[in-house]
Structure formats: structure tokens, C-alpha cells
Design a protein around this ligand. Sequence first.
Ligand code: PLP
Length: 399
Amino acid sequence: MSATALFGNYARSNLSFDHGEGVWLVTKDGRRFLDCGSGIAVNSCGHSHPHLVKALQDQAAKLWHISNLHQMPEGERLAQRLVDNTFADKVLFVNSGAEAMEAAIKCARRYQYDNGQPDRFHVITFEGAFHGRTLGTIAAGGQAKYMEGFGPKAPGFDQVPAGDLEALKAVIGPQTAAIAIEPIQGEGGIKEMQPEFLRALRQLCDDNGLLLIFDEIQTGVGRTGKMFAYEWSGVAPDLMAVAKGIGGGFPVGACLATAETAAALAPGTHGTTFGGNPLAMAVGNAVLDVILADGFLQDVQKKGLNFKQKLAGLVDSHPKVLELVRGSGLMMGLKCVVPAGDYVAAARDAGLLAVPAGDNTVRIMPPLTMTEDEIATAVERLEQAAQAVEAKLVEGAAE
Ligand SMILES: *Cc1c(COP(=O)(O)O)cnc(C)c1O
């Protein structure tokens, strides 16, 4: 039996951190790790950002929680700022990504129901998708490994290959309520959907009375160098799930919607006890102060391009370890030749944290505040890791 009282559902590294400073995580014994995982694309402003720390401390001294039975001025402010910077007219706050997706799915179904189409409750999703770990969102994601042993798959989810318009058209029917997609698949291995494909989805939704749901839980809040990744395609969804980066490390999720769609969740139809609590809203507002500052997103684009170019060079010089780099902004994936887990471990040994994903890919998703100097250090460490993996390959071949 393992020594800890925690559930054993995570395969944790043996690292234990004491504190963080910007892009760095520091262990008790003073070892410093360059955080290129951001706690899975969460620490958008890095660790211990003074503006975020102050916002949380100030709010903590005033009010923590009041429930959604009362007015929520901090939440109204954050919602308005999200509305001002997106397609959306309305925002619902929740506590996590899966809850944001659940809210989007429920809203889409209820919208069809309210329009006299109660049979339209199916959501079409795409192979390789990840939408969360609740009973509903594992069915939406459709991955057998996440559903095994958890009872029958929740009904109402149809899946087609990503990018396959014909397969998609074939599955749209009188039961379809919505199409849900990540503009870039995160857990699936940093796989970008083509802008034309997203545009075609928009058209199909409009032609068939369906709602378009974008899952921007991982791609959102500046990660790709735009506030939201859908901006690159020029098409807007009807519903959007947001989480991870919006709280900068404080648990926050949000479901964004057009006014017409949001109206489906009338009083009493949906709710959450904690969602949008004052602590979460204070931090969310502080994160937006950083991300929406003049020039910040352009800077992320520039840094992302530079980082990606350097990673392409790394791939070129280590073809036995790395196959290719893909992604956008500071959301990048290194598809590996060796097992991705081996490369993540070697990077960790070199003092850099990265996150494995599907399709044998290693995700590089540092805080958006990372500097060019820190990018250079990251590339050095990733180079070191590639050399270490290569040396092991040679040893293995010699044996
Ligand atoms: C992380 C993630 C989720 C789930 O978010 P949780 O906060 O873990 O529930 C859903 N969709 C995408 C695209 C994600 O990256």
C-alpha cells in the first residue's frame, strides 16, 4: 500500500514544491525548475504574480463567499469585461473546466427544448477530444480509456473524426442539438483545427439550427496570442467553455454565450454553490488586468513564434528523439519519436517541467509572462534533455 492517504488516481512525480516565482518553481531544498507546463495551462501569469497576490489578499480580508442568492458586483465586472472582449453577451461562472462544458451542453440542450425541439439533445464531438472528467464530459470526449468501468456512456454524444466534414454531415440529424470542438486539441496532442474547418462548422450549424460550442478551456485567455483562439478563424461560437488560465491558478470556470442562447438557462434551471465566488472573481479580474494590458497579447504572439522556431531547430538536430513541433502562441507540442514520457522525464532531470499529451506529444505551455531570456534557458534545457535521451538510445543500441 502506498504511504499517502490520498487516492491513487494520479501518477505523480516525486517533486514537491515550496513556492513559485514567475516561471520558476522552487523545491524546499532550493532546486529551481523552469515551469513550461503552467500546471496544465493554468498559471497564465506565472507563479506569485504580485498583482494577483494582492487582489486575492485584499479580497480575502473582505469577503470569501456569499452564494449566488445575492448580488455579485465583482462577478458582474468580470463578466462585462469578458463580454466586451468576446462574441458573448452573457457569462455564467463555475469552478472548473468540466463544469463549464457541462453548462454549455446543458444550455444547448435546453435551448433546443425551449424552441420546441426536445428530441434535439445530441452533441457532435471529435475524435481525440477532451472535455473533462464528469460523467457527461467523458461521454462528450468519447475516449474509451476515460469511460471504462464507469457504467453506460451517457447518451446523446456522437463522435466523428476531426476535420472530416463528410462524416460530420452524415451524422447530423433530427436529434442533433450542437457541435462541440476545441479549436486546438490540448490533451489530444496540440492538434490545430483548420480555420476553414471551423468556418464550415459555423455554416453547418447555421444551416441546421444547431449551436456551435467551442471548448477554449485550454486555448483561451491569451494562450495562443489572441484572447481566445477562435479569433484566429474569424468565426464565433454560440457557447464557449473557459477555465484554466482565467483564474491564473485559482479555480474558476465560465460558460460564455450569446444572449439568445443564454436565455435558455432561466431561473432555477442550473446552478452552482461556489461558482463565481468573490475570491475567484477578484483573481479573474486581476488576470484580465495583466492579459488585456496594451501590447501583452502581441508580445505573446512574438514570443510564441520565436520559441516555436527554436523548437523547430531542436527537432531538426534531434531526429531520433523529436518528430515535429506544432501549435500556436505559447501552446506548443513536441511530437516525440521516443516515448513522450521519457522526454518529459529527461526534461525534468534538466530542470524543466513539461506536460505529456496524446499522440506521443509533449506540451510546452509556459506562463504567458515568460521573457525571451527565459525562453532561451528553456530551449537550452530542452536541448540538454534531447541529448540525454539520445545518449540512452546509443547505450541501448550498444547493449
Ligand atoms: C482541462 C480541460 C478540460 C477540463 O477541465 P477541468 O478543470 O479539469 O475540469 C476540458 N476541456 C479542455 C479542452 C481542457 O483542456
